[in-house]
Design a protein around this ligand. Structure first.
Ligand code: PEP
Length: 246
């Protein structure tokens, strides 16, 4: 019922030449399948280039961030959801832990960005996750719960079917440490329950050092509907293997 989604977050990596190589190698390997959607989230400056490279494929485009401002105006450096849709994006990542940590994005700003996406028909991929200290002090579910509640407080229940949530434990991002399938499933189950009646249709991605070697056991969990992949998404063969595991 829920279509799986594997999204590669390139973060601040790439060049015109490297992007072309990555996308063309991936597309030479990948045959699109009904039950799985694949997305690339390159740096914003390369979105038009990657949109052109993906034009004849079914791989879709995602932005790594979006402005909380819906209307055009004096917001230097910001990119609106309308601009992202205009250049072919279907998704925007919001609230990635690197944005929360390095740019001070609060739960309320993340919720405002999710709303801005929905206002223009862009699907927000809303990231939530606990730090290592929070996990060790048994605060994981409380932290995830309040990050989610900030979003649930501003969205109408009917809008939930148009969002994706990515559970990304901060201690697992770029560290090589992956949450065990059981740890990830427990949090995904909690998130789905917190979403209430609409939870059954919301896609929940896991993110945090997903690799070809651990993807299959993560995807086998009942509440994991795909992955948000960082480092491994920069390697076409490995990203292809992760997509195959889904
Ligand atoms: C991410 O940045 O969203 C991520 C999950 O990174 P990595 O796969 O490198 O841990």
């Amino acid at each position: 019922m829920r279509r799986q989604l594997v999204m590669g977050n390139w973060k601040m990596n790439g060049s015109r030449a490297a992007n072309e190589q990555l996308v063309s190698t991936f597309l030479s390997l990948w045959q699109s399948v009904e039950g799985l959607e694949v997305a690339f989230a390159p740096p914003a400056v390369y979105l038009p280039q990657v949109a052109a490279l993906l034009a004849s494929s079914k791989v879709v485009l995602a932005a790594q961030d979006v402005s909380a401002h819906v209307d055009a105006g004096a917001f230097t450096g910001e990119l609106s959801g309308a601009m992202l849709v205009d250049i072919g994006c279907q998704y925007a990542i919001v609230g990635h832990s690197e944005r929360r940590a390095y740019h001070g994005e609060s739960d309320q700003q993340v919720a405002a960005k999710a709303l801005a996406c929905l206002a223009i028909g862009l699907t927000p991929v809303i990231c939530v996750g606990e730090s290592l200290a929070q996990r060790e002090s048994d605060e994981t579910l409380a932290v995830i719960g309040s990050q989610l509640d900030a979003v649930l407080n501003v969205l109408e229940p009917a809008q939930l079917k148009n969002i994706v949530i990515a559970y990304e434990p901060v201690w697992a991002i770029g560290t090589g440490k992956t949450a065990s399938p059981e740890q990830a499933q427990a949090v995904h189950h909690f998130i789905r329950a917190r979403l209430g009646e609409q939870g059954a249709v919301v896609r929940l991605l896991y993110g945090g050092s997903v690799k070809a070697s651990n993807a299959e056991e993560l995807f086998a969990q009942a509440d994991i509907d795909g992955a948000l992949v960082g480092g491994a998404a920069l390697h076409a063969e490995e990203f292809f293997q992760i997509c195959q595991a889904a």
